[in-house]
Unconditional design. Structure first.
Lengths: 167, 85
């Protein structure tokens, strides 16, 4: 089986995006806007699913189309805050200096330790078990993976403090 | 685990709201008295935010890749082209 058929997001993408694109087009939007809104909706969907917090009252497709439409309306300044889906803040960029500051901090952290960032993402974002992390990153069991995770978090914390001290 | 790593673990438990109410209150009391600890907590809070930001960036890259892959499929590409012409 290829990666392409194994990843359920690819199937969802293939099934949902043309319908969303049609809807956004009818409302006067562009292909690029439809894609951005769809990616925002998929990010919200995937984050909730990984955290076990996805509560669907209809199909994944209805959820994605509804969420993407709200994201698109918001990006056009037409949406109301109360209609925003939970998790929306996660995928939006902030306008003040925070965005730039944190982006530059992140660049520096990735430069000095991409593996640590990958490991921390696997734990905090993908909600992988320590056993899965041990297997994926080649550690000798859960305990060793846990120690490494704490070392990575300590290293990232130290780097943040050191960069902020000189900022 | 060495004591520094224990501290990282304890801060994480506090930030992820995994401490009991009593332990959380005791930890907050320590924060008021210990500036160095408070600084570490803030850095770790920022670390959590940056890990999430890193994850979004990686996932966005993956979604762009999926979009490009699907455009190689004649049926998908045709549908999209028809909608926007």
């Amino acid at each position: 089986m290829t990666t392409q058929t194994k990843d359920p997001i690819i199937g969802l993408y293939r099934d949902c995006f043309p319908d969303l694109a049609r809807m956004i087009r009818r409302m006067g939007g562009s292909l690029e806007e439809a894609k951005d809104a769809f990616h925002d909706a998929l990010l919200i969907y995937m984050e909730k699913e990984k955290a076990g917090k996805l509560q669907l009252h209809s199909s994944p497709k209805a959820y994605l189309l509804g969420t993407a439409k709200i994201c698109w309306l918001h990006s056009r300044g037409k949406g109301t805050i109360s209609a925003l889906p939970e998790g929306f803040e996660a995928v939006q960029e902030e306008d003040d200096g925070t965005e730039e500051r944190e982006q530059s901090l992140l660049e520096s952290l990735v430069r000095s330790g991409r593996k640590c960032m990958e490991l921390l993402k696997a734990f905090y974002y993908d909600h992988c078990s320590m056993q899965d992390i041990a297997t994926r990153f080649g550690f000798n069991g859960r305990r060793s993976a846990t120690v490494q995770k704490h070392k990575c978090l300590e290293k990232v914390g130290e780097e943040i403090r050191s960069i902020q001290a000189y900022a | 685990m060495r004591s520094e790593l224990n501290e990282v673990y304890q801060i994480d438990s506090y930030l992820l709201r995994q401490l009991s109410e009593e332990d959380a209150r005791a930890f907050e009391a320590r924060l008021l008295l210990d500036d160095a600890l408070a600084e570490k907590v803030e850095a770790q809070r920022t670390a959590h935010r940056l890990i999430r930001r890193y994850a979004w960036r990686e996932e966005r890259g993956r979604l762009e890749e999926i979009y490009r892959l699907l455009l190689d499929e004649a049926d998908f590409a045709h549908q999209i082209k028809t909608i926007f012409t």
